[in-house]
Design a protein around this ligand. Structure first.
Ligand SMILES: [Fe+2]
Ligand SMILES: [Fe+2]
Length: 472
């Protein structure tokens, strides 16, 4: 039996018998998955200072307390309905939004929800060994906060599948727990979610760049004509903001420490000698996670995206800020590369929806990298990080079969092979990062040498707060 107090919700779970039964069946399987595929070594004896979503009131939507992770109260929340909300884009612009799934869009809507849902448990799986090499209890807590909330995001998608897609939806919900990251037979659906995340720099970069793709996808689903999908994803964005903070501030603290060590060792000195993480290594990781996340936005020119838009299933980030919500006649300038020449093609706007979302993403990510550069500037260093060209290291879309430098210059396959170690993380980089974390830092208030302490604690707690406690 599910105890309803254990599933905080604002969907009237106690009066919805059908949904209750479906979740009663799913919840034990979810918990088995969490124990098996969730954070390794921190399930039974560790209590973590976590926030739990308990309502959708902007002033008090969560509370903080020590929780053993398998006892976390994964809840189901939708932002309150907007009265008389109408469809904001596409062919049905201006009509009332849908409270049920229209038969003709059942499959594509299910596909969008499953695709989003699949990424959530995937990232928990990718990160499940990281706790063993944490740089501090503060960081350990942040990792687990992100993990439990990705777990809740899976609940959010499973709630939609159970509530609106009947038997098929229940099957899809089961399969979410059967696929797993990197599994040969049943991998996760998207490539970036099958890469292991086994160093903290990768984790921070993932939270900075891949969670930001999560943000752009959620923003476009938040525009959906299917009102429950819109309201669910709007609430997920509240949590997503913290994931981006964890990523951006994590890398920022590494850069801060690197710049201190560079000054100590003399600017031309090797920071690895004093246990720091050098800027070229950071840049290679930035290049990798940025390009993998840019790929997640899909092909530049896409009839699928056009159909999603036409039917009102998936909009653009901040649809309100666009002038033409039907996008029926306009064109969008897309940079393409044909026969060795870069040129701009005007593509019918609806076919360029992925590229519009990617443009939003690149702008948002670039602003974050500029904030990192300010740390270097304040540290009196002339070195700067940069966002690589969108052409660089692509596996999906019009640049996929060609090779480009991070500046976007075309090069041959041979040149790529000869130089890619300059631009992407190497085995040596990984070995070095792992050598820094052979021993986790579990002492209260202590931080590993390669990362600066945060400027403030979580929920106004001090930096030497015991963010994770161990039971004897
Ligand atoms: Fe998520
Ligand atoms: Fe996230």
């Amino acid at each position: 039996m599910i105890s309803h107090e254990l599933i905080p919700n604002n969907v009237n779970l106690s009066s919805n018998k059908r949904l209750q039964r479906a979740l009663e069946h799913w919840q034990p399987r979810y918990l088995d998955w969490w124990r098996e595929m969730g954070p390794q070594g921190f399930q039974d004896y560790h209590r973590v200072y976590l926030r739990t979503a308990v309502s959708v009131d902007p002033d008090g939507w969560c509370h903080y307390d020590y929780v053993k992770m398998p006892e976390y109260r994964w809840g189901i929340f939708l932002t309150p309905p907007v009265k008389d909300r109408t469809i904001g884009f596409g062919d049905f612009f201006g009509q009332p939004v849908w409270q049920e799934v229209p038969g003709e869009f059942r499959n594509p809507l299910k596909r969008l929800i499953v695709l989003q849902g699949d990424t959530e448990p995937a990232s928990v799986e990718q990160q499940r060994r990281l706790g063993q090499s944490c740089p501090s209890l503060y960081d350990l807590r942040n990792l687990f906060q992100v993990n439990v909330e990705e777990g809740r995001h899976l609940w959010a998608m499973v709630y939609l599948l159970h509530s609106y897609f009947g038997r098929d939806g229940r099957d899809e919900a089961e399969e979410m727990l059967e696929r797993s990251s990197g599994n040969e037979d049943k991998p996760r659906m998207l490539e970036a979610f099958n890469e292991p995340i086994d160093t903290w720099l990768d984790f921070f970069m993932f939270a900075m760049f891949t969670d930001r793709d999560g943000k752009s996808q959620l923003m476009s689903l938040a525009e959906s004509s299917l009102d429950p999908l819109s309201r669910t994803t709007r609430f997920m964005l509240t949590e997503e903001a913290h994931h981006l903070f964890v990523g951006e501030s994590g890398v920022a603290r590494i850069i801060q420490r690197t710049s201190e060590l560079m000054r100590q060792t003399g600017l031309s000195g090797d920071v690895r000698r004093v246990g720091g993480i050098d800027l070229p290594l950071i840049q290679r990781h930035l290049n990798f996670w940025f390009s993998a996340s840019v790929d997640l936005h899909g092909s530049e020119i896409s009839t699928n995206a056009a159909t999603y838009f036409a039917n009102g299933l998936k909009g653009r980030a901040k649809e309100d800020s666009w002038e033409d919500h039907r996008a029926l006649h306009g064109t969008y300038a897309v940079d393409v590369f044909e026969n060795g020449v870069g040129l701009t093609r005007n593509v019918p706007a609806r076919n360029a929806m992925n590229e519009m979302l990617r443009d939003w993403y690149i702008k948002d990510a670039t602003a974050g990298v500029e904030r990192w550069n300010r740390i270097l500037e304040r540290g009196g260093l002339s070195d700067r990080l940069y966002v690589p060209s969108r052409r660089f290291n692509r596996k999906i879309g019009i640049y996929a079969d060609q090779h480009f430098t991070p500046e976007g210059r075309p090069i041959s396959a041979e040149q790529w092979e000869a130089r890619k170690h300059e631009w992407l993380p190497t085995a040596n980089d990984k070995a070095y990062l792992k050598s820094l974390t052979t021993r986790p830092v579990f002492e209260v208030g202590q931080y590993a040498n390669w990362i600066a302490p945060p400027s403030k604690g979580i929920n106004r707690q001090p930096l030497d707060f015991e963010y994770v406690r161990t039971d004897e």
